[in-house]
Design a protein around this ligand. Structure first.
Ligand code: C2E
Ligand code: MG
Ligand code: MG
Ligand code: MG
Length: 283
């Protein structure tokens, strides 16, 4: 009797679906509490120039550590934050935190450093998104030219006209835009050309494939070529070993991010990492 059945137009929930919904509701409450109790924090993963191997920026990534020390992956809790609407508040907080961190790093002399922030489509579609963005930039005094918003390719494919207009308005603030997880959706060339974006991020899956088979590098290669033709910067995500880095560089990929160079780290660790790195570079 606990099976899902579609009968005479009615939809019956199975017991397992009930469990799933209860689990989701439980997590919604836990996430809200966690946010209120400062269990959420932002870490930063450096992005590097593949030629010079010097850091050029960082991506802000949200973390949730429960009081018993366990980490819950953003892949699990971001969808819940989106579903519950908490992402509006949470996303604003991440943006402001990242902007403040950028300002601090600039005060320490890292003046060419870029900060990338992930933006959920729920945030992006919210009617006050632009006001929120302008206000965050204004309050934190973060320079918009050094802030980049990452939107996913899947999001780029819905409602083209609305997105084109939104991106244009975001660009007016001076902030730049990257398409995250690029290669996983199927944006057409002509559509991509109409979007006001600055960067394509090659999805980790295609970076991993690079060293796999003979044709493994074909998608990465295509994205790098596409970036070149459209005049967009390209960054590879999830670079884990030196061979991948070398192939990417040989293919003409200018930028990369991944465990090979640095893992996501706390703000304090990032400042230390950058200062050490700067010393090494000078030596
Ligand atoms: P993403 O934006 O594509 O972020 C890259 C993910 O790849 C991060 O996972 C990062 O830790 C991981 N990563 C980086 N280098 C490597 C590597 O060399 N190997 C492997 N295996 N992984 C690597 P993370 O932090 O778990 O985040 C997962 C996803 O959650 C993000 O994917 C993003 O979509 C979402 N997310 C994280 N923080 C936020 C946020 O503040 N707002 C929103 N809307 N989404 C976020
Ligand atoms: Mg991202
Ligand atoms: Mg990504
Ligand atoms: Mg990804």
């Amino acid at each position: 009797r606990a099976k899902t059945q579609q009968r005479a137009g009615h939809f019956y929930f199975s017991r397992s679906m009930g469990v799933e919904i209860r689990e989701r509701v439980r997590m919604m409450h836990a996430l809200r509490t966690a946010f209120g109790q400062n269990q959420l924090f932002v870490v930063y993963q450096p992005q590097i120039d593949l030629t010079t191997r010097r850091p050029v920026g960082a991506e802000a990534l949200l973390r949730w550590q429960t009081p018993d020390g366990k980490f819950i992956s953003p892949d699990r809790f971001i969808p819940i934050a989106e579903y519950s609407g908490l992402i509006i508040e949470l996303g604003e907080w991440v943006l402001r935190t990242a902007c403040r961190e950028l300002v601090l790093l600039r005060e320490q002399g890292h003046r060419d450093f870029m900060m990338s922030v992930n933006v959920s489509q729920v945030q992006f579609r919210h009617p006050h998104f632009l006001d929120m963005l302008r206000q965050a930039l204004d309050d934190t005094q973060a320079p918009p030219e050094y802030i980049e918003l990452e939107i996913t390719e899947s999001m780029a494919m819905e409602e083209p006209d609305l997105l084109i207009k939104m991106l244009w308005q975001v660009k007016q603030t001076g902030v730049s835009i990257a398409i995250d997880d690029f290669g996983t959706g199927f944006s057409s060339l002509s559509y991509l050309q109409r979007l006001q974006v600055d960067r394509l991020k090659i999805d980790r899956a295609f970076v991993t494939e690079i060293t796999g088979s003979a044709r493994g590098s074909s998608i990465a290669e295509m994205v790098i070529q596409l970036g070149r033709n459209l005049g967009l910067a390209v960054i590879a995500e999830g670079v884990e070993d030196e061979r991948q880095a070398q192939i990417l560089q040989a293919l003409g990929c200018p930028l990369a991010q991944g465990f090979l160079f640095a893992r996501p780290m706390t703000a304090a660790a990032l400042a230390g990492w950058l200062n050490n790195d700067a010393l090494e570079g000078a030596a």
